[in-house]
Design a protein around this ligand. Sequence first.
Ligand code: S3P
Length: 434
Amino acid sequence: MAEGREIHPAKRGMTGKIRVPGDKSVSHRSVMFSAIAKGAVRVKNFLEAADCLSTAACMRALGASVERREDDSLRVTGVGLHGLKEPAAILDAGNSGTTLRLLLGILAAQPFFSALAGDASLSRRPMGRVVEPLVRMGAAIRGRDANRFLPLAVLPREGRLRAMDYESPVASAQVKSAILLAGLYADGETTVEEPALSRDHTERMLGAFGARIRREDATVTIEPVDELFSPEEIIVPGDISSAAYWLVAASLIEGSDILLEDVGVNPTRTGILDVLSAMGADVTLSNERESGGEALADIRVRSASLRGTSFGGAIIPRLIDEIPILAVAALFAAGDTVISGAAELRVKETDRLQAVTTELNRLVPGAVEATQDGMIIHGGRAPSPAVCRTYDDHRMAMSLAVAGLAGEGVTLDAPACVNISYPSFYQTMDRLVQ
Ligand code: S3P
């Protein structure tokens, strides 16, 4: 068995400045879109973590050049919208839903065969939500269990895909992005309407590559193009989903005062800031600016006593990956927190509603009740040390680590999964609290 990791309660408040790694969603898109565009682009602050490296490897296998430069930037030389080549082997998306689902939108339109696979977690996650609309556009995709699960095969498509108006049953940026990418290759305008607006990095970045794309509320329309053109440079903002662990840790650990620098604060991602403010957190933004169509800011967090809150509905896609760490904040807050409308959590890297409930209850027995689409967290009860499972889910590992720091310690059974999105997480944690 791989070695566990013991996390001790923080002995003192966290202080200092932190630069969190590059945004995972923006990093994926920077490589994928550059690969299907004309020209060469320098990507600065690209997230060198397992998920984004899966995307880089897939785009290389499809003919693009993706090289790491000495200054740690990435240079991607694209092959143009119609220049991808048939891959010689199965494309491996690893643990990454974003790699797999966005890539499917591109592959659906190609005149060659491709096959896709991933790890055990990705193989359990639903792909029908992307396959079904792409098939309606004319793609031929075959997969396990009535084309709903990996492995998937994409058959060659001769001629353009059919444009479509799609009403998505889920607010999912991966579904929306896959259809928009297929829409680049369609025979007319393609529209996607979501039940609530999900992260809009695809829309913003495709616009910077010259695509004609417009949005009204939660409806996006894209026109087909002959070619995309790379900007010279893409600067990836810091990932607010990685900053989230320090936002909560510093709020909970008395005497903390930290500054998170250059964090992406795209409004489709900042639900966590709204919820933490409602809980009484002391979070302030400064140095707010824009870079490459994405908003950035420095975020100062000081410890504060938190109180429970309720959230659900349209805010959920704006904090979907932060619900595990918000549950940890709620565990230490005074009073109850009610989370609803979050059934999507059941189909993430693991069933996060079940995983968060089971593991937080090891630290504070009876504190968390899972509901059908959320959780009720009874906050403010005394935690004890416990051995917890990460389910090999990076966001479970980091959330539980913060719970251990703020509480009475925790031992993580499988801690290495932080490599998926935040390889230096434990080093930063040690520097901040020991
Ligand atoms: C992502 C979208 C979200 C999110 C994932 C990254 C993206 O997934 O949970 O971590 O980069 O588009 P869904 O689109 O399935 O909600």
